[in-house]
Design a protein around this ligand. Structure first.
Ligand SMILES: [Zn+2]
Length: 245
């Protein structure tokens, strides 16, 4: 019995040594190679959803605009916290109210200024399935970057379309980019496709990092180099070479 207890103690010493060896008993260091493969969500799951106010004052008698507007309102309420988790919104205070205004005359499908989204009656009548446009505009409400001359418009639009096309409607076939004419400065879907490629090929955290920098006027093209080890222009050339022929 005495002998058996001694054997048991030796086993426990051996087991402890093994556990320390595999890192269970010691703090585990973050593995950078793995961390860049894990898509992160920002810790903003408890964020307050603004009151989404539908403004139909310019189209009071249009039943289909009203139906479309009510559906858009629901979409905004559901997707507001989802988009917040894809962007660096931990310290961001959302607006109390987001206004969704259907405009009788508007040249663009949608336009966002601050927390007001304007959508074109003509566009939603001709494209009633284009709720992705609302997601793009709602992303602008959440981006809410301080105005700064170093903020590149192409990247702001690219992030909004990245959220739209890769997070909201990834099932929709992407438009083919022409390697001869495409340029990341074009913003929108072109930059969105570039960001998606960077996410997939280099680092799942890159959109969150870019968004975090834009929120504090700290964006610089060198950020692409910091994350990937390659310059923005070199990355673009590589992206174009990777485009399906
Ligand atoms: Zn936009």
């Amino acid at each position: 019995m005495h002998r058996a207890r001694r054997v048991c103690r030796s086993w426990s010493i051996l087991l402890s040594a093994l556990l320390i060896g595999v890192g269970i008993c010691s703090p585990v260091k973050a593995d950078e190679a793995l961390a860049k493969l894990r898509y992160p969500l920002s810790k903003s799951d408890g964020i307050r959803i603004p009151n989404i106010v539908l403004d139909l004052s310019e189209v009071p008698d249009n039943a289909s605009a009203k139906a479309w507007g009510l559906e858009s309102k629901l979409l905004c309420e559901e997707w507001f916290p989802v988009i917040c988790r894809f962007l660096a919104t931990e310290k961001w205070i959302p607006p109390e109210t987001v206004r969704l205004v259907v405009k009788r005359d508007l040249d663009a499908p949608g336009v966002t200024s601050g927390a007001t989204i304007q959508v074109s009656l003509k566009w939603i009548t001709q494209h009633p399935d284009d709720f992705g446009m609302v997601i793009h505009e709602l992303t602008h409400v959440i981006q809410n970057y301080p105005s700064d001359k170093t903020t590149p418009g192409w990247l702001v639009e690219g992030i909004a379309d990245y959220i739209r096309y890769w997070k909201y409607e990834p099932e929709i076939p992407r438009q083919r980019l022409d390697p001869k004419t495409a340029d990341y400065h074009q913003g929108y879907g072109t930059t969105g496709a570039f960001l998606a490629w960077l996410v997939q090929k280099y680092d799942r955290r890159i959109v969150l990092r870019l968004d975090a920098a834009l929120r504090v006027k700290a964006y610089h093209p060198k950020l692409f180099q910091d994350v990937t080890g390659k310059s923005l222009d070199d990355l673009w050339q590589e992206f174009v070479r990777d485009l399906p022929k």
